[in-house]
Design a protein around this ligand. Structure first.
Ligand code: HEM
Length: 129
């Protein structure tokens, strides 16, 4: 019988989702260098921002007030990176949670990733040809 997993309901759930996702990012040969070599992310600062971001989206806490897209403009990322990001995020959600918030998390991630990828592609004039 499949294990019963809860839906995303609490701040502890958000933290578990974010922490587990970025552990997978660390182990990923495509994404890890973008975060740790190119951007040299300060994780003690970045993780709490991501808790606020996902808590605002999924629990309505309204704690995140940033503008995420500009942070991604200088990054050396394309469709391949977004595809991997979405695979890791989706598998993290599915391992830990099930329910309407879990589904919403994946839909929101897909929508935001699609929008980021589209806007980043416009950075490259050749992509318009
Ligand atoms: C290839 C995919 C992605 C990569 C490599 C990436 C990488 C990064 C990096 C390096 C930062 C800056 C961290 C810092 O300031 O130290 C960042 C910030 C952030 N990212 Fe991403 N990201 C990706 C996709 C996404 C997606 C799909 C979302 C949303 C669903 C997202 C949401 C955010 C948010 C909310 C921040 C914080 C912005 C702020 O400081 O207010 N990212 N990301």
């Amino acid at each position: 019988m499949a294990a019963v997993v809860p839906d995303i309901q609490t701040e502890a759930d958000i933290q578990l989702l974010v922490d587990t996702f970025y552990q997978k990012v660390h182990l990923d040969a495509l994404l890890d260098p973008v975060f740790n070599e190119f951007a040299r992310v300060d994780w003690s600062r970045h993780l709490p921002i991501m808790y606020d971001f996902w808590s605002s989206i999924l629990l309505g806490s309204a704690r995140y007030h940033g503008r995420p897209f500009p942070k991604h403009m200088p990054l050396p990322i394309d469709a391949t990176h977004f595809q991997r990001w979405l695979e890791l995020f989706g598998s993290t959600v599915d391992e830990l949670f099930a329910g309407s918030k879990a589904e919403e998390a994946k839909v929101r991630a897909l929508n935001i990733a699609t929008m980021f990828e589209y806007r980043l592609r416009k950075r490259d004039p050749l992509s318009l040809i």
